[in-house]
Design a protein around this ligand. Structure first.
Ligand SMILES: N[C@@H](CCC(=O)N[C@@H](CS)C(=O)NCC(=O)O)C(=O)O
Length: 222
C-alpha cells in the first residue's frame, strides 16, 4: 500500500491529487505544522532525514521530493497516463516543468514569504526599522521583479498551449499547481494573468483535485 506522509497546507496536496487522478489506493498519515514556526513536526524525520513533506512509502521504498515522487508514481503505476510519450517535444516540456516548479519557480516565492515575515515579525524597536528597510529593499529590488518575470514567462507558455506540456493535461500540471497557487495567494498572480488564473480555475474544477482536498484536509493556497 502506498502511504503519503501528508503535512497540512503543503506540497503533499499535489501527491494526493496525482494519486486521485491515477485512481490508485493509498493511505494518508497526517502531520500538523507547528502553528508558530510553520515547520513540520519532528516525527517526519523518522520517515526521511530532511523531515519535509511530501514523502511517500510504497512497501520498503521511501521516496521524497515532489518531482521524484511524481516520476516514481507515474513511471510505476501510470501505464502511459499523465506523461507524454518519450522522445516528443511534449515530453521534454513535461520534464522541464517537473524540474522548473521546485528548481526555479519556488525560490523567489519562498524568498517573498521569508522577507514578508522579516517585515512583519516583532523585533526590538531599534532593530525594526533596519530589518524592515532591508526586507523592502530585497523585495523591491530582487524578489518582485523575479516573480514578475516568472509569471510573464508562464502566462506566455499557456498562451501557446492548453497545458504546460502540451494539448493534454499531465503530471507536470500537477507539479506546477503549487507555485501558481502560492503566487495567487501571496505574490500578485491575479486577473492580469488570464491564462494562469484560468489554469487555476480549470485544475480546481477537476473531480480528482476536489477528492484530494476532501482527503487531505484544509488547504489555504487553493
Ligand atoms: N522541494 C521539496 C520541498 C519540500 C518542502 O519544503 N516541504 C514543505 C511543505 S510545503 C515542508 O515540509 N515544510 C516544513 C518544514 O520545512 O519543516 C519538494 O517539492 O518536495
Amino acid at each position: 500500500m502506498i502511504v503519503v506522509h501528508h503535512l497540512n497546507n503543503s506540497r503533499s496536496q499535489r501527491i494526493l491529487w496525482l494519486l486521485e487522478e491515477l485512481g490508485l489506493a493509498y493511505d494518508i498519515k497526517k502531520y500538523q505544522r507547528d502553528p508558530k514556526t510553520m515547520l513540520a513536526p519532528p516525527e517526519l524525520v523518522a520517515v526521511h532525514p530532511l523531515g519535509k513533506s511530501p514523502v511517500i512509502s510504497d512497501g520498503d521504498t521511501v521516496v521524497a521530493e515532489s518531482g521524484a515522487i511524481i516520476e516514481y508514481l507515474v513511471g510505476r503505476y501510470g501505464d502511459g497516463r499523465l506523461s507524454p510519450a518519450p522522445g516528443t517535444p511534449e515530453r521534454l516540456r513535461y520534464t522541464y516543468f517537473l524540474h522548473y516548479a521546485e528548481g526555479s519557480a519556488m525560490p523567489p516565492l519562498l524568498l517573498k514569504l521569508v522577507f514578508d515575515r522579516v517585515e512583519t515579525s516583532p523585533a526590538p524597536f531599534f532593530v525594526r526599522p533596519i530589518a524592515r528597510a532591508i526586507a523592502r529593499k530585497v523585495k523591491d529590488g530582487f524578489v518582485r521583479p523575479q516573480i514578475r518575470r516568472h509569471l510573464d514567462f508562464l502566462e506566455g507558455e499557456l498562451a501557446r498551449r492548453d497545458w504546460f506540456a502540451g494539448a493534454d493535461f499531465s503530471a507536470a500540471d500537477i507539479q506546477m499547481s503549487f507555485p501558481l497557487e502560492a503566487a495567487a495567494a501571496r505574490a500578485g498572480l491575479d486577473a492580469q494573468f488570464p491564462k494562469l488564473t484560468g489554469f487555476l480555475e480549470r485544475i480546481h474544477a477537476r473531480p480528482a483535485y476536489r477528492r484530494a482536498l476532501e482527503r487531505g484536509g484544509p488547504y489555504d493556497y487553493a
